[in-house]
Design a protein around this ligand. Structure first.
Ligand code: DX5
Ligand code: ZN
Length: 221
């Protein structure tokens, strides 16, 4: 397994030329495409759905697509995104009445399963479903928008969850999402994250490769 994965969030890409943007960011060294799905119900914003995921696959994108569901309910979208070519599907525990069942549904559809913790959500909700998780995503901003500032309380939560994962002996990725930049990524990695979502830091930069290289350099130091 690669030690650190960089997952640009296409929320900050230019939607008018999404295929090109994804090609460019992958050519610049990104590992995973982070795909933010918002329903104007669970979060106060509206983005893209399974048709766009399928369009990226049809366009020729072979990299893993990491679907972050900010929708409620989740089960229908899990099935639709699995069919549309998602690799990883994560949802917020508050958005499903039956978290264990929704996680199982993701794996039954051949995808990797993740749970997403909002800034105020305790890691306790992970305890009885650890064996059904391939990924845990810690939100370091409140979900709904790109370009917000990293909440420092996420560092303590990452440390706690890193301990839980190590204690479990399971192969679970620890992803962080929100306000990740070149100048804080090393500190976030030191807290235990091994997968980094970055939207505005990459897509609002003049050169994607320079930014991704700078992030990797920080991670190596
Ligand atoms: C926010 C989304 C994030 C967002 C991150 O709800 O889940 O993935 O795109 O954007 P930045 O990196 O700009 O904070
Ligand atoms: Zn996200």
């Amino acid at each position: 397994m690669k030690d650190f994965l960089i997952a640009p969030s296409i929320l900050s890409a230019n939607f008018a030329k999404l295929g090109e943007e994804v090609d460019q960011v992958l050519a610049a060294g990104a590992d995973v495409v982070h795909f933010d799905v918002m329903d104007n119900h669970y979060v106060p914003n509206l983005t893209i759905g399974p048709m766009v995921c399928k369009a990226l696959r049809d366009h020729g994108v072979t990299a893993p697509i990491d679907v972050h569901l900010m929708v409620s309910p989740v089960d229908q979208m899990i099935q639709d995104f699995a069919k549309a070519g998602a690799s990883i599907i994560s949802f917020h525990p508050e958005a499903s009445l039956h978290v264990d069942r929704s996680l199982q549904l993701i794996r039954d559809h051949g995808c990797q399963a993740g749970l997403v913790l909002n800034p105020a959500t305790s890691p306790d909700c992970l305890e009885y479903v650890m064996d059904k998780l391939d990924l845990i995503l810690v939100m370091s901003v409140n979900p709904g928008f790109g370009g917000q500032s990293f909440l420092p309380s996420a560092l303590d939560k990452l440390r706690k969850i890193r301990e839980m994962i190590d204690r479990s002996g399971l192969d679970i990725r620890l992803e962080v999402d929100g306000g990740v930049k070149t100048d804080n990524i090393a500190e976030i990695a030191a807290a235990g994250a091994d997968m980094f979502v970055a939207g505005s830091a990459i897509f609002n930069s003049p050169d994607y490769k320079t930014t991704i290289d700078a992030m990797r350099q920080q991670l190596a130091s």
